[in-house]
Design a protein around this ligand. Sequence first.
Ligand code: UD1
Length: 373
Amino acid sequence: MKAKKILITGGAGFVGSHTADALLRQGHEVRLYDNLSPQVHSSGIPEYLPKDAEFIHGDVRDLAQLSEAVRGVDVIFHFAAAVGVGQSMYRIADYTAVNNQGTANILQAILDKHSYPEKIVLASSMSIYGEGQYSCSRCGDFEPGPRALEQLKEKQWETLCPECDEPLVPLPTSEDKPLQCTSIYALSKKDQEEMALLFGRTYGIPVVALRYFNIYGTRQSLSNPYTGVAAIFASRLMNGNSPLLFEDGFQMRDFVSVHDVVQANLLAMESSAADGKALNVGSGKPVTIRDVATELGRALGISIPLDITGKYRAGDIRHCFAEISAISTALGYMPRFQLKDGMEEVVEWLSSQKANDYVQEAVERLNVHGLVA
Ligand code: UD1
């Protein structure tokens, strides 16, 4: 394979740096573009930043700097984003500037510099679905909207059948499920996805949007209390605190190893079979948030009881896990990491890490805005 010049925005981050390592191993030339957001990188440049990559300390809100960064690259992985569901609900302008305008800037930079890449791979998110797909044993399949506030106030967490009011059974969510964003973050990811795909169609540039589910793994920020629930739980446990679980902890997600996400990223770059598409990237297996917290505690050898808050975080959905047949068929993607093995790798990494637990402050900030009830 011919070596490519590759730009990764958000390249110092969790997904960006792992993707960079894999691309460097394949002999590609990698340029990382990252603003080293203090919320994520509390000690500045991370020690894992690959030495063989070029590093540009830059912000996607800076069109002039970005225009230099896109020059002459063959492939762009656009991962830079502000990523907290709860936080996005009170930092609306910031999230929109970084995620929506930042993506617009990349596309503008490509046009302004006449530097057309052969591929753009964009980090989209499962959050754009809102609630996942469901079925009622009596009334059939549903794609329900957000749970009613009255029901959440009564701590009735399950999504109810719109016809008979009985709890629905969650099903794997596929790409054709109508999108129903329930947070500013989700809305910004939907916008990013549509903007990039539309740009691709207009200018004949292959674009792939990957809808990542809940990613976990080494290098996930241990100081960012707003997102990355596995790392948040780890940080709580390592500081002797109970993981705080919203609702009853039985909400289900799809936890996918960062190594499997890297596999999907590389396949999307190398193959043309996903061009112009938006595809799920998950493990295909549902797991409750409670199980994640319990499994982490067990793997860490720390026995601290979970704090089941019985509170609801604005913007959260109840259940969503991935149907992965579309990406498997198109790209031959196959998740290789089971949660249990993946957690063990994380725990080994954690033994050399310091975790700053800012969760209490983060919850207080959500409280001030009435976003936890
Ligand atoms: C991740 C992603 C984000 C992605 C999002 C989808 C990272 C770094 N972030 O966030 O980019 O688009 O999933 O929503 O991978 N919860 C608790 N206690 C906590 C924190 C969260 O119980 O301390 C619960 C939430 O209420 C929710 C569930 O865990 O029910 C998952 O949280 P979410 O924010 O969706 O997922 P993250 O993995 O944090």
